[in-house]
Design a protein around this ligand. Sequence first.
Ligand code: SF4
Length: 439
Amino acid sequence: MSLGRTLRYHAEVTLLGRAVLRIERLRSERKLARPRRHELFGPPLRSSARLKELISRHYLEGRHANGHRKVAWVTSGAPVEPLVALGYYLLYPENHGAVCGIRRMAEKLCGKAEAAGFSRDLCSYARTDLGSVLSGETPVGRLPRPDLLVCCTNICQTVLYWYRQLGEHFGVPVAVIDTPFLYREASDHALGYVERQIEASIAMAERVAGQSLDWRKLAEVTRLSKLGCELWMQVLEQGKHRPAPLSAFDAFIHMAPIVEMRGKASTVDYYAALLAEVRDRTAHGVGALRAERKRLVWDNLPIWPRMRWLSEHLAAEGAALVASTYTQAWGELAPLIDPLDPLRTGARVHLHPILNRGTRHKLETLVRMVTDYEADGVILHSDRSCKPYSLGQIDQRERLGAELGVPALLLEADHNDPRSFSEEQASTRLAAFMEMLRG
Ligand code: SF4
């Protein structure tokens, strides 16, 4: 890379970009600190300003990454630590899809993918991403072109076909890590199978990067990943208090760094600060809602384009969403991570996500969360285009009622495509559900 390019990168990203984002953060912090009267919600989390800075910096680095460092696009459940240790910039199309959903661009981008022949039954993250790739439209300015694609099937098989499409489009290699589905604990055979694929993906990443992996660096990145996941889990566990100091809606937003910036010191610092703030709220009895009357657990991905509508709707009923299976997924595997054995434990960790296990495990997770968070009910988001997460929800609703006496509502929507959500229908169903909870 030329000296001029390096200087330009540092001037635009390291100096100017970071300075502008820091000023914006200070402005946001001042705004968040102003006393605000809101009938439904408690005071907003002050850390939101820092989160915005962190995410904006991540996408700013991405805009200037090509020509400066290698870029990998990765699935949310991929083993990323070797890539971080090799200096790759990482883009998570699923997270970018969520940003498009929140900024109300997903419908348009899904439409672009459908016009190119992709079925509306395909995952709306995939359609949003493919629509963005085909049209070049994104709310974050510009996405860096990938040098490598890394796809792990521990969340679904859809990602395999999605990443193959991306591989063909960009003409770059696709590293696939296939994970056998688990009904019980992982067998040695399954662990060995995944470990060998992680090794092969490292070899491919080394070839593309033109350098060898520094294994001491990998141990350090893995240590930071573990620490970040542990802190994230501790943040979520504060939701067990009454009133819950943060809601699952807060967690959906604040989970961004643990998904797309794992293995970094800045992520660990961020979650340490967030944990301190949330603990302080707990100590002072500050809730996410002004009046918490009922406590609910959420299952499945959020409905990104309607998060605000749903959070206000539930808050108006005094219903606090105190936990979700989705946000916990990035914290609960922390005990399995061993920085001194990154390959074997990498295989173990990437075999155990909730979506790579049977429906019995999902039910047990829900039962445990309802008990631990003292929830009065569960909302099972039946997600039209995420079939693996929505599998078995009708049985789960019945078992929650039969085993715990806890009612569950099946709410039909989609994580990113607003065309699959009807506010009118959702209002009616939520009203009836809340009526039932009030008894
Ligand atoms: S189908 Fe579900 S698990 Fe797969 S990428 Fe889409 S949202 Fe994620």
